[in-house]
Write a protein that binds this ligand. Structure first.
Ligand code: AMP
Length: 418
């Protein structure tokens, strides 16, 4: 019997895995530069946290959760997104009692039982950032700009920022009723009618031509914002304009998670087909209270690492593929191997990445491995060299070789590499 990775999952293999790490780092670096600190929360949480935090009526909660009972009879769920767990941790550890805003970033896998297709997996990785506890439109602009910076730093050009405001508890209920009244008169199927009852904003996102055609005159949230929400949204856009972040107004943008209010955004990429969202986020001022915490405001995003990589591939943006190691040891015989084992450890202690041929491969095989490793130098060592107290240091690009005393080998390599 043999096994394959479960449906909807995939292995991230070398050499592409180094690009995966590079993307994860590049997307989180702007947040770290803005004072966001790293947080890691469990991969599973109480099921009720997501039900209450993300929203019972969302697809994520009602259809896509990996929920299981542990041996203690608790209902647990593999996290489908990161924000609920992070806010749970902020509340549990009273991080809000210190300096505000609490600025956090994180990275890790998420799990959703979705129908797998290109760019849509059941196990995928996000980098996330959250700013909690201060209601300032400048923070909205900051967080959006950090995501923008991350994509730009990777060399991506074909992405767009879609932006809107979803209002708040003052203006959304009245707008919701208005939209429901509009939807009630449409010629739509029972399923859509039910959706209009539970979550009418989701109907605005319907892509079917017959529904789309009827949505033309639908009332839009941005046209019905209350005074404070309108001012907030204007401020966010003014600050984005100040720092040269470009956006498109997307009054029909809806997100798959219920907690968003006011500023809401998505980054989409033109090279990805149906699964075009490479990241998204927004304000979630009601989330903390909804999961039993104090009334804390918050704004954040989650950027998809898998899809960002696909977007880079679609654009033909290359990542510098780093050599696996800088130096590779080629031993000729057992005594030389033992000596090289110590030498490579010494190189690593000096900050030089080094590997060697294990398993008595012979000169030809070991030299081939040295070439494949991408190393700049090979250390070739035989019994005669040991007796002479030297090693052959071979420049793998030029082919030049010179004998270097064993006790100054690390220093010589350090010198050559800088
Ligand atoms: P969300 O948490 O739904 O707002 O998603 C944020 C980002 O995570 C999206 O823009 C995608 O880039 C990524 N993402 C969400 N779901 C998936 C999935 N099933 N497979 C791959 N990436 C995903």
């Amino acid at each position: 019997m043999s096994f394959t990775a479960p449906k909807g999952t995939y292995d991230i293999l070398p050499p592409e895995s180094s690009a995966f790490l590079a993307v994860r780092d590049a997307l989180s670096r702007p947040a770290a530069l803005a004072g966001y600190e790293y947080i890691e929360t469990p991969i599973f949480e109480d099921t009720a946290l997501f039900a209450r935090g993300v929203g019972e009526s969302t697809d994520v909660v009602s259809k896509e959760m990996y929920t299981f009972q542990d041996k203690g009879g608790r209902s647990l769920t593999l996290r489908p997104e990161g924000t609920a767990g992070v806010i749970r941790a902020v509340i549990e550890h009273k991080l809000y009692a210190g300096q505000l805003p609490v600025k956090l970033w994180y990275a890790g896998p998420n799990f959703r039982y979705e129908r797998p297709q290109a760019g849509r997996y059941r196990h995928f990785t996000q980098v996330g950032a959250e700013a909690v506890g201060v209601d300032d439109p400048m923070l909205d602009a900051e967080i959006i700009a950090l995501a923008w910076e991350g994509y730009r730093a990777l060399g991506l050009g074909g992405f767009r920022l879609l932006l809107t405001s979803l209002g708040d508890d003052t203006c959304r209920p009245a707008y919701r009723a208005l939209l429901q009244a509009f939807l009630r008169d449409l010629d739509i199927d029972d399923d859509t009618r039910r959706r209009a009852d539970i979550n009418p904003l989701r109907v605005l996102d319907d892509k079917r031509p017959d529904v789309l055609a009827q949505l033309d005159g639908a009332p839009l949230m941005v046209e019905h914002l209350c005074g404070p929400c309108a001012v907030h949204y204007d401020d966010v856009r003014a600050r984005l304009a100040d720092i040269g972040v470009q956006w498109e107004e997307a009054p029909r943008l809806v997100r798959g998670l219920d907690y968003y209010m006011r500023t809401t955004f998505e980054f989409v990429h033109s090279g990805l087909g149906a699964q075009s969202a490479i990241g998204g986020g927004g304000r979630y001022d009601g989330l903390s209270a909804a999961i039993g915490g104090p009334a804390l405001t918050g704004i954040g995003w989650a950027l998809g690492v898998d899809r960002t990589l696909l977007a880079m591939r679609a654009e033909g943006v290359g990542l510098p593929t780093a050599a696996r190691v800088q130096v590779y040891g080629v031993p000729l015989g057992a005594a030389a191997a033992e000596r090289l084992f110590g030498l490579t450890a010494g190189l690593r202690a000096a900050g030089v990445s080094a590997d060697m041929a294990y398993g008595a491969r012979g000169l030809k095989g070991a030299m081939k491995a040295a070439d494949r490793s991408g190393a700049a130098y090979a250390i070739v060592l035989g019994d005669r060299d040991i007796r002479a107290g030297t090693a052959q240091l071979k420049d793998l690009r030029s082919g030049d070789q010179l004998a270097v005393p064993l006790d100054s080998l690390v220093a010589t390599i350090l010198e050559k590499l800088t």
